[in-house]
Design a protein around this ligand. Structure first.
Ligand code: SF4
Ligand code: SF4
Length: 218
C-alpha cells in the first residue's frame, strides 16, 4: 500500500468514526428532548400508583352509620394464611363491631385473601407504599393507623356501637318486662276467674237437698 492510500484510509476511518459519533449523539439528543421521561427523582418525586395497587390496608369509615363497617366477624382473620390480623370484638349481632384491629404487615404477603373473605366491604388496600422501617414494631398497624379518619373515627365507631348495644339491651329488657307483666296479668285473671267459679259453685253445694214428703201415700 502506498503512502497516499494509507492517508486516504485514515481519512476514511476518521469520517466513518465521526459519522457514528454524530449518529449516537443524535439519538442521545432526541431522547433527551423529545422522549417522555419515565424515571422519577424519588423520594422528591412520588409516583402515581394504579387504583388497584396493593398498598397499606385501610378500614373505611361509614359516614351514614357513623361507624366502621367492620362487624368483628373474624372471617378475614380466619382467611389469612400468615396470621397477620387480630382483633377485639365489641358486642355481637347486628350492632357488633371492633374496638381493636391489629395487622402485623411484617408477615403480610399482600395476597388479598382477607379482603376477598370480608362480606361487609370493611377492609381494603390503599395506595400508601412507604412502609419500610428499621424498627420491627413499626410493621404493626393498629386500628387508629388503619381506620379512615384515624383516632377520631375509632372513637366515633366505639361510641356508636356502644350506644346501639345499650339501646338493644334496653329494648330487650323492656320487652322482657312487658312479657313478664302480661304473664302476671294473665295469671291474675286466671286466678280471679277460678275464684269466681268456686264462689258460684259453693252456694249450690251448701243448699239442703230437697226432703222427702212427710205424707206417705195411703
Ligand atoms: S393480604 Fe394475605 S397475608 Fe396479608 S393480611 Fe390479607 S390474607 Fe393475610
Ligand atoms: S374486616 Fe370484614 S371480615 Fe374482617 S372482621 Fe371485619 S367485617 Fe369481618
Amino acid at each position: 500500500m502506498s503512502a497516499t492510500d494509507r492517508k486516504v484510509n485514515v481519512l476514511l476511518d476518521i469520517l466513518i468514526s465521526l459519522r457514528s459519533f454524530l449518529k449516537g449523539m443524535w439519538v442521545t439528543a432526541t431522547n433527551l428532548v423529545a422522549r417522555e421521561k419515565v424515571t422519577l427523582q424519588y423520594p422528591y418525586e412520588k409516583p402515581q400508583v394504579s387504583p388497584r395497587y396493593r398498598g397499606l390496608f385501610y378500614l373505611p369509615f361509614n359516614e351514614k352509620e357513623q361507624r366502621l363497617n367492620c362487624t368483628g366477624c373474624t372471617l378475614c382473620e380466619q382467611a389469612c394464611p400468615t396470621k397477620v390480623i387480630s382483633m377485639t370484638k365489641l358486642g355481637a349481632g347486628k350492632h357488633g363491631g371492633v374496638s381493636e384491629f391489629n395487622m402485623d404487615l411484617g408477615r403480610c404477603m399482600f395476597c388479598n385473601l382477607c379482603i376477598e373473605a370480608c362480606p361487609f366491604d370493611a377492609i381494603y388496600m390503599g395506595s400508601a407504599y412507604e412502609l419500610a422501617s428499621y424498627d420491627r414494631d413499626a410493621s404493626v398497624f393498629r386500628i387508629e393507623d388503619l381506620a379512615q379518619g384515624g383516632k377520631r373515627s375509632v372513637e366515633i365507631n366505639i361510641k356508636t356501637i356502644s350506644e346501639a348495644l345499650a339501646e338493644e339491651e334496653k329494648a330487650k329488657a323492656a320487652k322482657a318486662k312487658a312479657a313478664a307483666e302480661a304473664k302476671s296479668a294473665a295469671d291474675a285473671k286466671a286466678a280471679s276467674a277460678a275464684e269466681e267459679r268456686q264462689a258460684a259453685e259453693k252456694p249450690a253445694a251448701s243448699e239442703p237437698a230437697p226432703s222427702a214428703s212427710p205424707e206417705s201415700p195411703a
